[in-house]
Design a protein around this ligand. Structure first.
Ligand code: A3P
Ligand code: MG
Ligand code: MG
Ligand code: MG
Length: 355
């Protein structure tokens, strides 16, 4: 019997790997005017756009019917002021598309020597990410660089791609170019790829595709349990985590890290829970920030819910809807953690109502 989603898995690995080699090489050459500030004040670089163009272009060739929910769009690049950055993105994307075929790559996906695209095709490949999402059918979701702030600091970031079918994540791939391959040797080799297919487990491999190893989360051990959380306090509440941590009796400090690399590290046994509690500014979490990572944690034996213990709903459109936070955790610690979370949320609400 052939396994489900074999082609999709291989394609997602190939696309993410190609995008990762681009982001790593751009980091070393990035110049100041290659970072723009978006309407929401967040940064976006030529690497974000080019990585989305690469993934969009490969998906267009392999699965032309599948819509894409992607973080970036090409509106700014189509404007007059976007001309310089557009030219750079076109040449970076083409450089990456024509790179030699590697393990598992298929030339029919529009990669390898001779696969250049026109500027118009590249902008269209980025804009394929404009799909609004929804509850039914197949769709991909892509975050070309998750943790752009981490990328700019030379710290953690992830290239993220997931396939959803009827609002359920079926395939998830995370490429983490700056993540140590062996967590016990942080100064050793860097560059990991994480992949999961629903019902088939999760694996870590090197970005080159070598050394695939199955992932499985360790059992709950109170003495080593701690939280993974964002570096950016604006993205998730450090203070709420601190209260939850005290209620749980956790003594180890949190591990701060940008991007969905947190999901990946949790899946391979770091910390015990990835905590993303809302900061109260009405921000809605985006599906591309959670789809791939949540499946990798679930397929490694973990559990992912919101702060009420409910499953994340990927069928609401481009966002996860009203923000009740995200809690990804070792399965047998989840009930205890949820109790502490709800206590902390209730305490915060009562302090606010008295203020
Ligand atoms: N106020 C907010 N609350 C929660 N997440 C936010 C936020 N503002 C931006 N983000 C998201 O936080 C992501 C980074 O998460 P983390 O802090 O875990 O690294 C960003 O992804 P991008 O970097 O892809 O834009 C962005 O989507
Ligand atoms: Mg962004
Ligand atoms: Mg993101
Ligand atoms: Mg991003």
């Amino acid at each position: 019997m052939s396994l489900a989603f074999t082609t999709e898995k291989q394609l997602a690995i190939s696309a993410v790997r190609r995008a990762c080699s681009l982001t790593s090489s751009v980091f070393n050459k990035l110049v100041k005017n290659e970072t723009l500030t978006k309407g929401d004040k967040s940064p976006v670089t030529v690497a974000d756009y080019s990585a989305q163009a690469i993934i969009g272009s490969i998906l267009q060739r392999a699965f032309p019917q599948d819509p894409i929910v992607g973080e970036e769009d090409a509106a700014e690049l189509r404007s007059e002021s976007g001309a310089t950055i557009r030219d750079r993105i076109v040449s970076l994307t083409n450089e990456a598309l024509v790179g030699d075929l590697g393990l598992g790559d298929i030339a029919e996906w529009g990669i390898g020597p001779g696969s250049e695209q026109t500027p118009g095709q590249i902008l269209d490949a980025i804009d394929r990410g404009n799909y609004e999402g929804g509850r039914t059918g197949r769709m991909w979701t892509v975050d070309p660089i998750d943790g752009t702030k981490g990328f700019l600091r030379g710290e953690q970031y992830a290239v993220c791609l997931a396939l959803l079918v009827d609002a359920e994540v079926q395939v998830g791939v995370l490429g983490c170019p700056n993540l140590p391959v062996d967590p016990s040797n942080p100064d050793g080799d860097k560059g990991c790829l994480f992949v999961a297919v629903r019902g088939q487990g999760a694996q870590q491999m090197k970005l080159s595709g070598a050394d695939p190893t199955p992932l499985s989360m360790p059992p709950y051990a109170p003495s080593t349990f701690n939280f993974l959380e964002s570096v950016e306090a604006a993205h998730s509440s450090h203070s709420t985590n601190d209260k939850i941590s005290k209620l749980m009796g956790i003594t180890r400090p949190p591990i701060r890290m940008d991007s969905q690399a947190k999901y990946a590290c949790l899946a391979r046994g770091d910390g015990g829970a990835y905590m993303r509690m809302p900061t109260g500014v009405g921000y809605r979490e985006k599906i591309w920030d959670h789809a791939a990572g949540s499946l990798i944690v679930e397929e490694s034996g973990g559990i992912v819910t919101d702060s009420r213990g409910q499953q994340l709903d990927f069928g609401l459109g481009r966002t996860l809807g009203e923000n009740h936070g995200v809690i990804a955790c070792i399965k047998d610690a989840h009930a205890k953690l949820l109790q502490a979370v709800q206590q902390a949320v209730a305490d915060e609400a009562s302090v606010q109502s008295k203020a």
